[in-house]
Design a protein around this ligand. Structure first.
Ligand SMILES: Nc1nc2c(ncn2[C@@H]2O[C@H](COP(=O)(O)OP(=O)(O)O)[C@@H](O)[C@H]2O)c(=O)[nH]1
Ligand SMILES: [Mg+2]
Length: 218
């Protein structure tokens, strides 16, 4: 039992060393880096497509896509206008690690203002893995139900920002977006909150203004 804990600690320590190297490089190049986490299907890539389309003539956005398999998300954000995109396929690993980001950045061009990392869809495993990012963002779709903030408190506590997505589906799924925000704030009162529909575009302007404000040119 104690041996398992030691191994896990070692993995995290090794990850943290690389995360610090990544953080140093981001600071030297003046790139704002955000790490977006959520369940699979909550709308991360759709929100990114919409945001990149709105912001790509104002700032240079790079994206690192994390998935178990395929380059489908990389293709989507590239078509939306991202300046630089790399797809990581973990082959089964349920989270991104700092070493994967370091490797993905080998051909990263200079001059990016904002680097967005889309993590593997998972509410547990990515939480403890520092990638060297500045801000962790959580996307929560109202279709996941009201109980997720209390059931998965770790990810809500690790993040500075919460995006409640798919608000257009509120009447269909019987979840009040404002009530979900209240539940989330009970777990982490510090969360900065956006409510969006990546389908209709509701709330996406506010979210994009914030992305612009945190980016190098904001
Ligand atoms: N109705 C509705 N559907 C959405 C919204 N955002 C994403 N979707 C849909 O949800 C599905 C999963 O979206 P995707 O962006 O691939 O999720 P990801 O796995 O988190 O990257 C797709 O069918 C999207 O069209 C939204 O705000 N409203
Ligand atoms: Mg995706």
């Amino acid at each position: 039992m104690s041996r398992t804990i030691r191994i896990e600690k070692k993995i995290l320590e090794a990850n943290n060393i690389i995360a610090e190297r990544n953080r140093k490089r981001f600071a030297e190049e003046g790139i704002m880096v955000v790490n977006i986490m959520s369940s699979p299907g909550s709308g991360k890539t759709t929100l990114l497509e919409k945001s990149i389309a709105l912001l790509s003539d104002r700032i240079n956005i790079g994206v690192i896509e994390g998935d178990i398999a395929t380059d489908k998300d990389a293709v989507r954000v590239e078509e939306a206008g991202a300046k630089w995109v790399t797809q990581i396929n973990t082959g089964g690993t349920c989270h991104l690690e700092a070493g994967m980001i370091e490797q993905a950045m080998e051909d990263m061009p200079k001059g990016l203002d904002l680097l967005i990392i889309e993590n593997i869809g998972n509410l547990i495993c990515p939480v403890g893995m520092d990638l060297g990012e500045e801000i962790k963002i959580m996307l929560s779709s109202i279709t996941e139900g009201m109980d997720k903030p209390k059931k998965y408190p770790g990810i809500y506590r690790a993040c500075k920002v919460l995006v409640v997505n798919k608000v257009d589906l509120a009447p269909m799924v019987d979840v009040d977006p404002d009530a979900l925000v209240t539940e989330s704030l009970e777990v982490n009162p510090q969360l900065k909150v956006f409510k969006t529909s990546a389908r209709t575009g509701e709330g996406v302007d506010d979210w994009c203004e914030w992305l612009l404000s945190i980016s190098k040119k904001g």
